[in-house]
Design a protein around this ligand. Sequence first.
Ligand SMILES: C[S@@+](CC[C@H](N)C(=O)[O-])C[C@H]1O[C@@H](n2cnc3c(N)ncnc32)[C@H](O)[C@@H]1O
Length: 200
Amino acid sequence: MIFNYETLVDPLLRDVRRFTPGFCGMRPGDSVLDVCCGTGAQVIEYGRHGMIATGIDNDPTMLKTALKNKARRKLENVSFHLADAAQLPFGANCFDYVSVSMALHDKGRLTRYGVVSEMKRVVKQDGTLIFIDYAVPMARNIWAVLSRMVEFLAGGDHYAGFKGYVDSGGLEDILEAHHLRVDDRSYLKDGLMVIVKARR
Ligand SMILES: C[S@@+](CC[C@H](N)C(=O)[O-])C[C@H]1O[C@@H](n2cnc3c(N)ncnc32)[C@H](O)[C@@H]1O
């Protein structure tokens, strides 16, 4: 198929992928887990910078694309696994960094909180959690209007999750509910998105 996540969404987020490792202060050799990694674009970017990068997603089709991209770049320090982000197959205190990108706003509150609880469990005590998602309140620009339309068209549970995410305050609610301490944040895409560095 010509139009899919890889051809439509990944190009729009390329600058975000590139911005993230430097903003977070990652160094070669650091261990990084990206949950709900989709086509693995963020994981591949971590790998290109020399991090030991792991991606998990519960959609085999997304992972197939991720594995194809890994093979094309011959990145031995990158791995992908089929897994549920709300039940991660890793022990506690495993990773220097754990990230989630554009994958909390589309979930119901219980799942959203379940994913973040797991991220908190597997990151090292002195490690960093990274959240990239829509900034709330949402920006007042054409990108926000288009994003709202896309989320509406996705429909069903996805749209219900999006509405719940926005109505509850977005990442701010999630950070507070999980008692996470914010180290730094930056706004991306004309204020449409926010990236937050936090600690447990
Ligand atoms: C909107 S995409 C975001 C993908 C990627 N993180 C990005 O920034 O482009 C959401 C991804 O979350 C995955 N996903 C949804 N629920 C999940 C779960 N419970 N466990 C793991 N992955 C999940 C989907 O398969 C999809 O690939």
